[in-house]
Design a protein around this ligand. Sequence first.
Ligand code: ZN
Length: 265
Amino acid sequence: MPELPEAEYMVRRLREAAPEARIARVRVLRESVVAGALAKRARGCVTGYARRAKNVLMHLDTGWTVRIQLGMTGHVYRVAGAAELPRFTRVAFVLEVGGALVFEDARAFGTVSAVRTAELGEALAGYGPEPLEAGFRWQDLRAAAQGLRQEVKPFLMDQRRVAGLGNIWAAEALFGAGIHPARRVDGLLDEEWRALWRSVRAVLRRAIANTFRVTAGPEEFPEADLLRVGVYGRAGLVCRRGCGAVVERVVQGARATFYCPGCQR
Ligand SMILES: [Zn+2]
């Protein structure tokens, strides 16, 4: 499932592969992923690509922005030819110069819509702060949990609290901070918030860098284990920190959580 690093990777790749792309027409191959009128509104010249939470945004010179919510399996990238599109293409933005920007989504839980750029802030207002932004301080992470009593892992995955973290990187951030995933947010000490904040930023930055390092092309993502995860998916294996404990798997909020009982308290 795409999280912040994957979305960021897509955006950076698009900036390299299709700067100032001119969209001549839009082919919708699966109506159910499109919200509202898209075909007419998504034509024009792309003036920039951006990311907010797990959304890929394509700003157009027409005053519209194409918003792509990646869902479970969504992926946006440029293909050289538009005649034969990748198998799970749901929407293709056909470029004037040839080729297309494709939204591929095997499970088809993503959505593509056109939003007036001036109204984008409002459309995205439900998301919490961006953890990699320079102005994001440890106090902001603590403030996002104000008044909550939930466990820290589902808190980290809640896009309304902090944007971009999913199951893998929430688990990694907690491992890095030495915090047990079932700890309640109202019980975390300031030094733990500081450690968690530092860890969230570190794991996300590392994930983005490692994605570029190990990925052959923009159309594919590496498996989590290639991204040198510390704890995710490692149930039954010895902790990479060398504490001697064995990584455990529990189910938390219907999602698998991995943690080290030796390092995470
Ligand atoms: Zn350990």
